[in-house]
Write a protein that binds this ligand. Structure first.
Ligand code: AMP
Length: 187
């Protein structure tokens, strides 16, 4: 299965994506995780990405798209993968379509985790206490929510029109949400 998981910052995408990748036997591809690994290893890509991440801005497509193209071409992503945090812009949707067409494949479904806005801010502030992430401050969190609404939320309609969207209530325990995702994908 080739999947994409979407939802605003704090919706629990990363947590759910890890479990889902195991259940489908595929690669978990999180652009945020790849960027953070590069930042901590102080690679050139990490240095390029860090200033955008710290400000809660999107890393430029020129950097992000090439990274995803490389990752999707790796062996563990050949038969199944879950993309987490990509695509985030309409341009990235087009690039992903091209990358997948080049690999002779396409997405099977898009899972959207639906969580109310204030609940999200509270979750992220709580995560900030332990995450050590430099982009988990209240100002940056609010800015990331705004950018999500402006740039990424419109992608939901794109995938709905393609008949791929599966909306899932993201409020509940990890296991409850996971069960809802599995049920939505089995439909
Ligand atoms: P995340 O872990 O998905 O919340 O991503 C953390 C940060 O990494 C984001 O706030 C962006 O700065 C950057 N990032 C992750 N994925 C993308 C993407 N698809 N396009 C641009 N920037 C991204």
């Amino acid at each position: 299965m080739r999947l994409l998981i979407m939802g605003p910052p704090g919706a629990g995408k990363g947590t759910q994506a890890v479990g889902l990748a195991e259940r489908i036997g595929g690669a978990h591809i999180s652009t945020g995780d790849i960027f953070r690994a590069n930042v901590s290893q102080q690679t050139e890509l990490g240095r390029e990405a860090q200033r955008y991440m710290d400000a809660g801005e999107y890393v430029p497509d020129s950097v992000t798209n090439a990274m995803v193209k490389d990752r999707l071409a790796q062996d563990d992503a050949r038969d199944a993968f879950i993309l987490d945090g990509y695509p985030r812009t309409v341009d990235q949707v087009r690039t992903l379509d091209d990358i997948l067409a080049g690999l002779g494949t396409e997405l099977d479904a898009v899972v959207e985790l639906v969580v109310d806005g204030e609940e999200l801010i509270q979750r992220l502030l709580k995560r900030a206490e332990t995450s050590g992430r430099t982009d988990d401050t209240e100002d940056v969190i609010r800015h990331r929510q705004e950018i999500y609404t402006a740039e990424t939320a419109p992608l939901i309609d794109v995938y709905r029109e393609r008949g791929l969207l599966r909306q899932v209530d993201g409020v509940g325990t990890m296991d409850e949400v996971a069960a809802r995702i599995d049920a939505a994908l089995a439909e």
